[in-house]
Design a protein around this ligand. Structure first.
Ligand SMILES: Nc1ncnc2c1ncn2[C@@H]1O[C@H](COP(=O)(O)OP(=O)(O)OP(=O)(O)O)[C@@H](O)[C@H]1O
Ligand SMILES: [Mg+2]
Length: 323
């Protein structure tokens, strides 16, 4: 046998089809990208956005708290940060405030310095055993601010609710006996539309939508608007939008342009001031305290104070720091 002939089978075992596979050029996609009018380099010159058709909310019935669900299906837009810091500030104005954490991530407890592992009854209990509602509340380090703790047990609740009659109204039922004891209830939601989030929308008088002033901010908001309309039509005719708040705002042209687009999309709903991107806000949860305790004089501390005042005025609540 010659050395040459032993090389033959090796060539046959190689993978010629890989070399022959055609390269794909998606010509149609490339053409569409270049001609699309919305792909202009400067979004400040983009065509004006049509305003989203959103219902306004009804006034709060006498003798009970307004229930406001903080929602945006986009993740990481400062929903939880806004719930913690607005709720804490409203409490410093002397309002009686309850936060209900509907997110299995349970970040509200961390941000308010509550050890989740020691909590016996939280949002899961409020949803599944409404008769125990009174015992689901926990005091926090901030006077007048109570929390119903969310934690991992909420993951299983999604499935448990599916088989229950009247599953969308469980949270509304659980909250009912608590409402006369508070001036405002803020509900934090996860970045998804599961059974628990639907419960949070059915229990609410209104929603507050935090929107980050970044490029993709408005993507998905049309979907959120249609979700709100659908819930209003089928399950909760009271539901409307109370406020849109601008979060993680930076002093760049892009942020300013996106903020202008958000104002066009939600005429009359944006509540000022925008909350600036500020490291102190991101640090505060690691100390288990809201920004007004961690760094009240920081840009973030001042922005959340001014935002909480503006929201308090909109909601007819006390809006001056007590004491
Ligand atoms: N103004 C701000 N400046 C700097 N960092 C911020 C600001 N607001 C929020 N953050 C940080 O951004 C991150 C996301 O915020 P947060 O958890 O409140 O968003 P979220 O919408 O609740 O997220 P998820 O969708 O996961 O629930 C956090 O690390 C938070 O500390
Ligand atoms: Mg969150």
């Amino acid at each position: 046998m010659s050395v040459d002939s032993s090389d033959e089978p090796q060539q046959e075992e190689s993978l010629p089809e890989a070399k022959l596979a055609p390269q794909v050029f998606d010509v149609e996609f490339t053409e569409e990208e270049l001609t699309s009018p919305s792909k202009k380099a400067d979004i400040g010159q983009a065509e004006p956005r049509p305003a989203l058709d959103l219902p306004t909310a009804s006034p709060t019935p006498d003798g009970r708290a307004r229930v406001v669900t903080v929602i945006n299906q986009k993740g990481g837009v400062a929903k939880t940060t806004t719930v913690i810091n607005v709720a804490a500030r409203l409490a410093t104005f002397g309002n009686r405030v309850l936060v209900v954490d509907c997110d299995a991530q349970g970040n509200c407890a961390t941000g308010m310095g509550i050890d989740k592992s020691r909590v016996r009854a939280g949002t899961r209990t409020l949803l599944l055993e409404p008769e125990k509602a009174i015992n689901t509340r926990h005091a926090t380090a901030v006077e007048n601010l109570h929390l119903v703790v969310g934690d991992r047990s909420l993951v299983g609740v999604e499935e448990e609710l599916i088989s229950q009659l009247g599953r969308e109204r469980k949270l509304a039922e659980g909250l009912e006996p608590l409402l006369p004891h508070y001036d405002i209830v803020l509900i934090d939601t996860p970045p998804s539309l599961g059974q628990v989030t639907i419960n949070a929308l059915v229990a609410a008088d209104a929603v507050l939508i935090p929107v980050q002033t970044e490029y993709f901010a408005l993507e998905g908001l049309a979907l959120l608007a249609s979700t709100i309309r659908e819930i209003r039509r089928r399950l909760n005719p009271r539901l409307g939008v109370d406020a849109v708040v601008l979060t993680m705002h930076a002093p760049t042209l892009l942020n300013a342009q996106v903020a202008a687009q958000i104002r066009e999309t939600f005429p009359d709903l944006v509540v000022d001031p925008p909350v600036r991107r500020n490291i102190r806000i991101a640090e505060a949860p690691s100390h288990g305290v809201p920004i007004h305790v961690h760094a009240p004089d920081s840009a973030g501390g001042r922005d959340y104070l001014a935002l909480a005042k503006a929201l308090a005025e909109r909601w007819g609540l006390a809006s001056e720091v007590v004491g």
